[in-house]
Design a protein around this ligand. Structure first.
Ligand SMILES: [Zn+2]
Length: 139
């Protein structure tokens, strides 16, 4: 990753921790924070907030402690994302994030980061077998 890319990720991390502070204190995001988020994350921000409004981010964990995220997209398609990466199985990830480098993450991964920061993830426990199946279905 180039230097500019690294710097934007640091800014993104800072903003997310600010989201955590502000949201846990006030229960909402300030206008300044929203415009900063919009500046850094751009087009995926509004759809990501919409996903969170619908509580469509779920943490799925198995007995072995393995964890993945499931995000229900606007079309109702579930996407599986991995913690600690910005990988997503959606087409926008491949085109806008990987190929064109337009956005630093797709709306699903952004929704996860924001939902984590705002403590709005639902959680679900599955068996190891179900977890294996979820991970096997990743491309
Ligand atoms: Zn995605």
């Amino acid at each position: 990753m180039n230097t500019a890319g690294k710097r934007i990720n640091e800014v993104a991390e800072q903003l997310l921790s600010e989201v955590n502070t502000v949201y846990s204190k006030t229960g909402k995001l300030s206008d300044e924070l929203l415009s900063a988020l919009n500046f850094v994350f751009q087009a995926p921000l509004l759809p990501a907030l919409d996903i969170i409004d619908h509580r469509n981010v779920t943490t799925i964990s198995g007995p072995s402690g393995r964890k993945v995220y499931q995000v229900l997209g606007t079309s109702g398609t579930p996407y599986i994302c991995l913690p600690s990466t910005t990988y997503c199985s959606c087409p926008a990830y491949r085109y806008s994030v990987l190929l064109k480098d337009d956005h630093i993450m797709c709306k699903h991964v952004l929704a996860i980061k924001l939902a984590e920061a705002m403590n709005l993830c639902k959680s679900q426990q599955v068996s190891d077998q179900e977890m294996t199946n979820l991970i096997k279905n990743l491309e």
